[in-house]
Each structure stands twice: as structure tokens, then as C-alpha cells.
Design a protein around this ligand. Structure first.
Ligand SMILES: [Zn+2]
Length: 280
């Protein structure tokens, strides 16, 4: 069996897929075999999550791996808990287990320029975290629209292999490039990508005040009830409809679902529940 280290910004689920493919393992065997290989190497592996096993395979701590290769920083942006620990911490293993190999959006996504650069530099390509954020249809480094893997098992092959097989299709993004995208989306993309650099969740108590002040400055409602327009109206006013329909259908004007972002700045005990980022 061959262990493989994670590549820069490689998505944890795709890293696991690369280990499985290199060793010709069916998907359901990857966790078991990886654990057995690491145990044979002398590691204590009982009870470890997939992320912790992948960290060991990469010679990294689980904290360093979770921060650099999992989507936890974008999935668990804030916490209402009293104790704040870095992502991947042993005491937060339940989050590491639940979110460690999850991605905010389903499927595999690649930028053809990143793919070409990786292929030239390393001789192969891989799936990057920064291409798997909800609503981010462009590569933040190159500005090009992303391409999506057109198979049900997106990490079953490396991106350049999928490209050669004709199994990538360009996303039908609302702008051909990030430069041409609406300024709201450009800002959204920058903020979304920056979430990946968060080493630990932000305490919600730190977020309520700035959100409340911003809402007040914009003349928006600061609680679930009131006469002023809610926060979701502000998003509906700013975001392109086509993008909203594709990525945040709950906020689309025709949706009857209550918007989950209302009341973000309302009370210190309100559970911060951004439409996509906080799973807690
Ligand atoms: Zn790129």
C-alpha cells in the first residue's frame, strides 16, 4: 500500500479518493485500509476520524490538516460555545468527524488553469478546497469559470484524467469570468475564500455587535420582528437573481421558506446560522 501526502489546498475527500485510487481500493474500503496501513507503521489509530488518519498519512497534526485541507473553516465559521478551540482539535472530534470530509457543495470542481499549472509543476493535478465553496463559480486565482465533474463519483479520478476523458463540463455561471461578475459577487467570493483561512470558529458574541451596527447603518431590521426591511431583503436587492436561484434558493424572491439569515444581530444567545456556513 502506498500512502500519499496531501497536496497544497487539496480537499480532504479528494485526498482520501487519491489514496484509494492509487491502491485500487473501492471507496468503502479506504478508511479501513488507511487505518490498517497506519497501524502497521506503528501509529495509534483506534477511534481516529478520517481527517486524523489523512493527517497522519501527510505527516501533519490533525489541527494543521483540518485547517489546510478540510472545509471545516468554511462550514463552522462561528460557534456559540464558551470554549474556542482550533479546527481539528481532539476535543472537537465530533465536528471533525461530521464535517472533516464534507464539502459545502456537492461534486468535484476544477479550474483548467490551476489544472494545467499543477500538471506542469507536479506531473498530476488534484481537487482544491477553494473551488468547492457555495456560490463561488470562479477560480479566485485565475478568475475563470470553474468546470464540474460530470460523473456521480467526482473524486474517482484526478482532474487531468477526467479532462482527458471528456468528463468535465464548464459551469453555467452568471458571468464568464470573476472580473465580469457583479461587484456583490466579487465581494462575496473574496469573503468566502477568506473563510478558509480561519484557524478556529469565531465566537458568535463577537459577531452580533458588528452585524447589529451594520444593520442599523443600513436601516435594516435588527431582530426577527419589526417594520424595517429584513437582512434578506438587502441580499435580494444586491445579489443577481440567477446566482441566487442557483445557490441560495431559500432567499430567492419566489421562495416561501423563511430566510435563515434574519436576526443575525438580534440577541447574544441567538444561534448564528448563516445560510450555508454554520453547521452547528
Ligand atoms: Zn485557477
Amino acid at each position: 500500500m502506498i500512502l500519499v501526502q496531501a497536496m497544497p489546498d487539496e480537499l480532504s475527500a479528494a485526498h482520501a479518493g487519491r489514496f484509494g485510487r492509487l491502491n485500487r481500493l473501492p471507496g468503502h474500503k479506504v478508511h479501513l485500509v488507511l487505518r490498517a496501513v497506519l497501524r502497521a507503521d506503528g501509529h495509534e489509530v483506534d477511534g481516529l476520524t478520517m481527517v486524523e488518519l489523512l493527517a497522519l498519512a501527510s505527516g501533519m497534526s490533525s489541527i494543521a490538516y483540518a485547517q489546510a485541507h478540510s472545509m471545516i473553516p468554511a462550514l463552522r465559521v462561528a460557534t456559540k460555545g464558551d470554549v474556542i478551540r482550533p479546527h481539528g482539535h481532539r476535543e472537537d472530534r465530533s465536528y471533525t468527524k461530521r464535517l472533516g470530509t464534507m464539502a459545502p457543495k456537492e461534486g468535484g470542481f476544477v479550474c483548467l488553469k490551476c489544472l494545467k499549472r499543477d500538471l506542469e509543476r507536479f506531473g498530476f493535478s488534484w481537487f482544491r478546497r477553494v473551488h468547492h465553496l457555495i456560490g463561488v463559480d470562479w477560480c479566485i486565482n485565475h478568475g475563470d469559470a470553474l468546470w464540474q465533474v460530470a460523473t456521480s463519483d467526482p473524486f474517482s479520478a484526478l482532474p487531468h484524467v477526467l479532462k482527458a476523458r471528456g468528463q468535465l463540463r464548464e459551469l453555467d455561471a452568471c458571468a464568464h469570468s470573476l472580473d465580469e461578475a457583479d461587484p456583490f459577487l466579487q465581494r462575496y467570493v473574496t469573503i468566502s475564500a477568506s473563510l478558509l483561512t480561519l484557524a478556529q470558529p469565531i465566537p458568535t458574541t463577537q459577531l452580533h455587535r458588528p452585524i447589529r451596527e451594520r444593520a442599523t447603518g443600513l436601516g435594516l431590521r435588527r431582530s426577527m420582528l419589526g417594520k424595517q426591511p429584513p437582512l434578506s431583503d438587502r441580499v435580494r436587492d444586491l445579489a443577481p437573481k440567477r446566482w441566487m436561484q442557483a445557490h441560495v434558493p431559500g432567499l430567492h424572491p419566489h421562495s416561501r421558506r423563511p430566510a435563515r439569515i434574519e436576526g443575525l444581530g438580534s440577541t447574544p444567545t441567538h444561534e448564528l446560522e448563516h445560510t450555508q456556513f454554520v453547521h452547528e
